[in-house]
Design a protein around this ligand. Structure first.
Ligand code: BG6
Length: 463
């Protein structure tokens, strides 16, 4: 797939450049953008860290080429990346340090002799967001290049808050210095090629439009299971759980893409407008129904792993939701996510009613892995009898597109943030709507461990 080069020079300031997310996702994505020559030649990377870490230390400890074929690096691209990267040690909790940061950015811009789009990428634990944004704002780093012809942007990662109240508070605090157009809230699922294809598929194949409703669709299942457990994210995960980590963001976003009204044009404002309408129509589960319509589980051995024998954080969550509109009235939407399960798979299945035998046609978007789309149809079984059997129509990305691969989600979000394209980011209203939907379940689940089911590692989750 051909992606457009960023037309703008940018200075990408990464807070927490030595952190896990930066090393696993961000730096490999930047490497690949550099290798593919998709960044403006004046782009610079400024790594902000508390520790006194040199550029050499950083590059010695990161595997830039994890996503490359056979993990092989292009030495020229590595060299180029090292050349445009600079480290800056600072205590992010001290106001006056931001003045020094501002001076440094001005110096870099003077050296390049261009105004650069400023991208403040907060790759740090969410508890630190508020303070850093406050100091960025107080030191006028939210204003943009010293000659004021390039903007300043804030890029933040989910989770956006911890619940409805803290989500609103975070939005208020970031909104004090950055307007909505300057903020990029990453939900990296939105930037996956196969997720982008959901709307494109619906748009480009109007043959499905007449049956995309409760007259034909019996139910929708969205599942995102992982083989990995919580790895070394113990502190974060034990306070977070699957509902906050996955359902509030990734799964609700997927649900809206499948069920929202198709806009006339697939542009950012129309998509966000229709998506918001749908978000507002998803019915939160009433507290009295949580026991029946929300299931939680925890994998065996989790309590030992987090060294908290009393932990009842869920590593598996399953919700049944309904959408209160004419199109989807009474169609159950099941959302499932879990860690340490049998296999990694994210897919979305629309199950269509057939007239007889309680059998179904199914349309499945295989988001990952083994990316593709499959349609299960009934066909006549060859022979003399008039009987039918299910046949699979299978589109496979790798085979169809000749194994050319597609850009990693993080490459796409970095480029879009520089270009100023908000289509694949979550708006503040979407974030709030997501919290509203799951808040009653959070409230009930936070009270006690009633009903939590322990499931074996590598299984399909709780019975
Ligand atoms: C993150 C979650 O948002 O997505 C992680 O915090 C999860 O818990 C990850 O493992 C999964 O992302 P992907 O792209 O590997 O499916």
């Amino acid at each position: 797939m051909k992606i457009q080069k960023s037309p703008k020079p940018a200075i990408i300031v990464i807070f927490g450049i030595t952190g896990d997310l930066s090393k696993r996702k961000l730096l490999p994505a930047l490497y690949h953008l550099i290798k593919s020559d998709l960044l403006h030649e004046n782009t610079r990377i400024l790594g902000v860290t508390r520790q006194n870490i040199t550029k050499k230390d950083l590059f010695d400890n990161v595997d830039l080429c994890v996503n490359e074929e056979k993990n092989i690096c292009d030495p020229l691209a590595v060299k180029k990346m090292q050349k445009i990267t600079q480290m800056h040690t600072m205590d992010m909790s001290i106001d006056s340090e931001y003045e020094k940061l501002s001076n440094l950015i001005n110096v870099i811009e003077d050296e390049q002799n261009v105004c650069m789009e400023r991208i403040f990428y907060l790759s740090i634990p969410p508890q630190a967001f508020d303070q850093i944004v406050e100091y960025i704002g107080k030191n006028k780093l939210n204003i943009g290049c010293q000659h004021e012809i390039a903007g300043s942007n804030l890029v933040i990662e989910k989770p956006f808050g911890f619940d409805l109240d803290s989500g609103k508070e975070l939005i208020k605090k970031t909104g004090k210095y950055f307007n909505e157009n300057q903020i990029y809230r990453i939900d990296h699922y939105l930037a996956k090629e196969t997720v982008q294809d959901i709307l494109q598929f619906r748009y480009a194949n109007p043959i499905f439009a007449p049956i995309w409703n409760n007259k034909y669709v019996d139910n929708i299942l969205i599942q995102a299971t992982e083989e990995i457990g919580i790895e070394n994210r113990i502190n974060f995960y034990d306070k977070t759980g699957a509902l906050r980590d996955f359902v509030q963001s990734h799964l609700l976003q997927l649900l809206t893409l499948v069920t929202m009204e198709l806009p006339e044009k697939l542009n950012s404002s129309q998509i966000h407008h229709n998506k918001q309408q749908l978000f507002d129509q998803i019915q939160p589960i009433p507290k009295s129904k949580v026991e029946k319509r929300a299931i939680r589980g925890q994998y065996e051995g989790y309590k030992d792993q987090v060294e908290n024998p009393l932990s009842f954080t869920e590593t598996y969550a399953e919700l049944e939701l309904f959408i209160a509109n004419h199109r989807w009235n009474k169609v159950p939407m099941r959302l499932i996510t879990g860690k340490a399960m049998g296999k990694k798979r994210t897919d979305i299945t629309l199950q269509f009613r057939t007239d007889k035998n309680g059998e179904y046609n199914r349309l499945t978007f295989r988001i990952q892995p083994n990316e593709g789309i499959e349609l299960r149809l009934k066909v006549k079984k060859p022979g003399f009898a008039q009987t039918s059997q299910t046949a699979l129509m299978d589109f496979d990305y790798e085979k169809t597109f000749d194994n050319h691969g597609h850009p990693d989600a993080y490459e796409r979000v970095i480029l879009d943030a520089i270009k100023g394209d908000h289509m694949l980011f979550a708006t503040s209203q979407e974030v709030i709507a997501g919290w509203k939907i799951i808040q009653p379940v959070l409230d009930v689940w936070s009270k006690n461990s009633d009903g939590i089911k322990i499931y074996p590692i590598g299984s399909d989750g709780p019975n």
